[in-house]
Design a protein. Sequence first.
Length: 238
Amino acid sequence: MRNRVTALALATAASVALAGGAGQAVAHDHATAKPTAPSQLTVDAYKTWLKRAPGGGPTLKAFSRLPTPKQRAFVGYLQNARVFKAFGVTQTGDIPSKAKTKTVRYNRDVTFTSTTVAASRTAKSTKTVSLSVTATERIFDIPVTSATTTLSYETGKDGLITGKGRKAGHKGTNFNAAFTVKAGATTFGPEANMLDALTNWTATPRFKSAGTKPIKKLQVLTGLGDHGTATTFRTVGS
C-alpha cells in the first residue's frame, strides 16, 4: 500500500511539473531544454510578422503588391545569411553636401546603399559640423534593414577639429523577420584631425534557415576636419 501511495505521489508531482512549473524551470535552468528555432520563414509568416511589427505597414503593403514568385524570392533573400553578410558599402563625400547616395548591387534583385548628409554652421571663428550616414538593404527596391550613425563636432579657424562639441548616436529599422538586429553604444575614435563614430550592429538568426551564428557588422562615420567625410558599413564577424 505504501509503495502504491508513493508511486501515485511521484506521478502527480511529474504531471504538475509538465503543466508549467515556472519557478522550477528558473531554479534549475541547467536542466531546461533550449527552445528550438523554427526551420524557415514562409511568405504567410512574414506577412503576419509585418502586421504586428511597429511601422511595418508600408513594407507589408509593398510586399503584398509583388507577384507570388517574387514574394517567395524576397523571403528567400531575407533568410539567406550570405546576403546579410554581403550587406556593405563604403563612401566618401564633401562638407557641406546635400544627401549623397552610393549604390552597390548584390544582384538584379538586391541592392545596398549608403546615404551621407554633411552640414556645417559657422559661428565667428568656429564651425559646427553635423554628419549622418545610413546604410540600407533593399530587395526589389523595398527597404528591409537600415542602420544610421550620426556625428557632430567643432572645428577651429584653421579647419582643425578642436575636440569640443562632440556628439554621436545611432538609430535603425529592421523589417527582416529572419534576423533580430541590435546595436551597441556608438563610440568615438579620434585620430589626427579626424574623428570616427563607430557603431557595432549584431544580427541574430531567428530561423534555422538563416544560420546559427550572429552576424556582426561595423558602421564607421569619419569626419575629416571641416572638408570631407568617409564612411563604411561592413561585416566584421559571424
